[in-house]
Design a binder for this molecule. Structure first.
Ligand code: ADP
Ligand code: GLC
Length: 491
C-alpha cells in the first residue's frame, strides 16, 4: 500500500513541535505493515540544498500562479517529496513566522499551494507514482481533500488533528485566489462564521478524521475543547477516532543516546547521575540533593507555563530546583526569565530550541512538569518516562492516558508512573508538586515510580497498526463503492 503523507513539518528535517516527531516516526513503523509512505513537505531553506541536488521529479505548469517543481530527498528510511516554490517557501524566518515572530501574511497561500500540489500528485500528476491513501495533518494540509474532491478525485483521505487550536481561518475575500469552484465555499465545506476555515474544509471532505489520543477525541466534541469546531466534529462523529501517538524509540533511547554524558537504561538508572551533574553545570544550577524539576515546552497558554512561573517560588522554597527549556510567546518568555532571575542557582531558563538540551534534561532531571490546559497527546511526558524523569501532568488529553497517578492504589499495585492533577489551576499544580517532592524524599518509593515509567512502553508499533487497519478499512470501503462521505462536500 502506498500513502502520501502531507505535512508542514517532519523530523529530523524541519520541526517546531510534536507534529514533526509524528510525521517523522509513523512512516517508519508503518513499513512493518507493508505500507510505503512518501511525505510531501514545503521546500523550506533548510531542505533546499539536499532537495536541489538532483533534477526535479516534476515541473508543475504553475501552482496558484507560482512557478513550482517537485523534488525529493531520500535518506536511510524516509522518502520526502519537496515542493519547491521559491516565492512562497525560500525566505528567512521560521516555518510559519517571519524574523520578527509574526505569521507570514501569505500563510493561506503557502499552505493552499502545498495542499494543491498534494491533490495533483494524488490525482496522477507524477508519472509512475499514485498513492492509495492520502494522509493530511492539521490545517496546513487540510485543503488537500477539498482540492481532490473539486477535481473529482475520490481517493480515501485521512485527516489527523494534532491541535484544534489552529484552524487556518482566513477572510472569505481570499477565496477566489484558491482556484476552487464556488461550491467549496459552502456551509458544508470551507465556510466558517463568515470566514473560511481550511481545517473545516478538510474535516468535511476527508473519509476519516483522527486525533492523537482517544481522550482528546472525546474532549473536542465539547464546547470547552472544541474551539468552535465541536458542531462540525459532531456532524462527522462516526468518522472520528482517537489513536494515541507513540515515540520513536530509536531517537529517544537512553541506552544509545549520543546527546547524553552517560547512557543508561531501566536496569542501570545510576547512569543518570552524570547527566544530572552535566545539566547542573551547564545551566548553573546548585549541585545538591534537592529534586530537579524541569519543563521542555513551548512557552504558551496551552502549555500552562504561566502557572509554572506562579509556582516557582514554592518549588524553590521546598528545596527543589527548576529548569525550563522553551520558546514561545514573548510575554511568557519574559515572565520565565524574570522569575528565574529571582532564584539564582535554583532556577534556570533557556530560551530557544535545542534538541540536545531537551534530551539531556530528560536524562538529568528528576521530574518533568506539564500543566497543559489542553494537550491532544503530548510527547514530552513519553520521552521523560523513558528517560526516568517522572511526569507531573494535568489530567487532560493524552496526558490523562499516558501517566498513571501515584495514588495509594496505583502505588500498591506497582503501576504508578507519575502525578496527575485536576482541576487545571495553579493550586492544582502546586498540590501535585508538593506530592511529588514528598515522594522524592523516600528514595525507595521514588525509584519504584521511576522504574515503572522507564519500563512502560509507548513505541509506535501498536498505534501504527491502528493506522494500518484504518487505511485498509478505507480502501475496502472505497472498493465496495461506499463513497457516501466523499461525495458530501465540495463534490
Ligand atoms: P507540542 O507539539 O504541542 O509542542 P509535544 O509534547 O507533542 O507538544 O511535542 C513537543 C516536541 O517539541 C517534543 O519533541 C519536545 O522535545 C520538543 N520541544 C519543545 N520545546 C523544545 C525546546 N525548547 N527545545 C527542544 N525541543 C523542544
Ligand atoms: C500537537 C499537540 C501535541 C501532540 C502533537 C503531535 O502539537 O499540541 O499534544 O503531541 O501535536 O501529535
Amino acid at each position: 500500500m502506498k500513502v502520501l503523507s502531507v505535512t508542514s513539518e517532519v523530523y529530523p528535517f524541519v520541526k517546531t513541535g510534536g507534529l514533526a516527531d509524528v510525521t517523522g516516526a509513523l512512516p517508519k513503523s508503518l513499513q512493518k505493515f507493508g505500507i510505503r509512505t512518501i511525505t510531501l513537505v514545503p521546500g523550506y531553506p533548510a531542505l533546499l540544498p539536499m532537495a536541489r541536488a538532483g533534477a526535479p521529479l516534476l515541473v508543475f505548469d504553475e501552482i496558484l500562479g507560482e512557478d513550482a517543481s517537485l523534488r525529493h530527498i531520500q535518506n536511510e528510511d524516509q522518502m520526502l517529496f519537496v515542493l519547491d516554490i521559491p516565492t512562497l517557501f525560500e525566505r528567512p524566518g521560521g516555518l510559519y513566522l517571519d524574523e520578527f515572530g509574526r505569521d507570514f501574511a501569505d500563510n493561506w497561500k503557502r499552505f493552499a499551494a502545498l495542499s494543491l500540489a498534494a491533490a495533483r500528485i494524488a490525482d496522477g500528476a507524477l508519472p509512475g507514482w499514485v498513492p492509495d491513501i492520502v494522509h493530511t495533518h492539521d490545517w496546513q494540509t487540510a485543503l488537500t481533500s477539498v482540492y481532490m474532491r473539486a477535481m473529482g478525485n475520490g481517493l480515501p483521505v485521512v485527516a489527523t488533528i494534532h491541535n484544534l487550536a489552529f484552524q487556518g481561518q482566513f477572510a472569505a475575500g481570499l477565496f477566489p485566489y484558491l482556484h476552487l469552484p464556488a461550491r467549496a465555499l459552502s456551509l458544508d465545506c470551507l465556510e466558517y462564521y463568515g470566514d473560511m476555515s481550511f481545517l473545516k474544509g478538510g474535516l468535511m471532505t476527508s473519509d476519516a478524521i483522527t486525533t492523537v489520543s482517544p481522550t482528546y477525541a472525546r474532549e473536542i466534541l465539547t464546547p470547552r475543547f472544541g474551539m468552535g469546531m465541536e458542531g462540525v466534529l459532531a456532524s462527522r462523529r462516526d468518522r472520528l477516532k482517537g489513536i494515541l501517538n507513540g515515540i520513536d524509540d530509536e531517537v529517544w533511547d537512553p541506552s544509545l543516546d549520543p546527546y547524553l554524558t552517560q547512557t543508561f537504561d531501566a536496569a542501570t538508572p545510576e547512569g543518570r547521575r552524570d547527566n544530572r551533574i552535566a545539566l547542573c553545570r551547564e545551566l548553573g544550577i546548585d549541585l545538591d540533593e534537592g529534586p530537579i524539576l524541569s519543563a521542555v515546552s513551548r512557552l504558551t497558554w496551552q502549555k500552562g507555563m504561566d502557572m509554572l512561573a506562579d509556582v516557582a517560588e514554592e518549588i524553590v522554597y521546598r528545596g527543589a530546583k527548576l529548569i525550563v527549556c522553551g520558546q514561545g510567546d514573548a510575554a511568557t518568555e519574559d515572565l520565565m526569565l524574570r522569575t528565574a532571575a529571582r532564584f539564582p542557582g535554583r532556577m534556570a531558563v533557556y530560551i530557544g530550541y535545542d534538541e540536545r538540551l531537551a534530551h539531556l534534561i530528560h536524562a538529568g532531571s528528576d521530574a518533568v512538569i506539564q500543566p497543559s490546559r489542553f494537550e491532544p497527546c503530548g510527547l514530552t511526558q513519553l520521552y521523560a518516562l523513558r528517560y526516568g524523569s517522572v511526569p507531573i501532568v494535568s489530567r487532560t488529553g493524552g496526558l490523562a492516558e499516558t501517566v498513571i497517578d501515584a495514588n495509594d492504589a496505583a502505588m500498591g499495585a506497582g503501576v504508578a508512573t507519575g502525578f496527575q492533577f485536576h482541576p487545571v489551576t495553579t493550586e492544582g499544580l502546586r498540590h501535585a508538586i508538593r506530592r511529588a517532592i514528598e515522594v522524592f524524599q523516600s528514595p525507595e518509593q521514588w525509584q519504584r515510580l521511576q522504574n515503572q515509567g522507564m519500563t512502560a512502553r509507548f513505541s509506535w508499533d501498536r498505534s501504527a497498526g491502528l493506522y494500518a487497519n484504518l487505511y485498509r478499512h478505507l480502501l475496502d470501503e472505497a472498493e465496495s463503492g461506499n463513497d457516501n462521505m466523499r461525495s458530501r462536500a465540495a463534490g
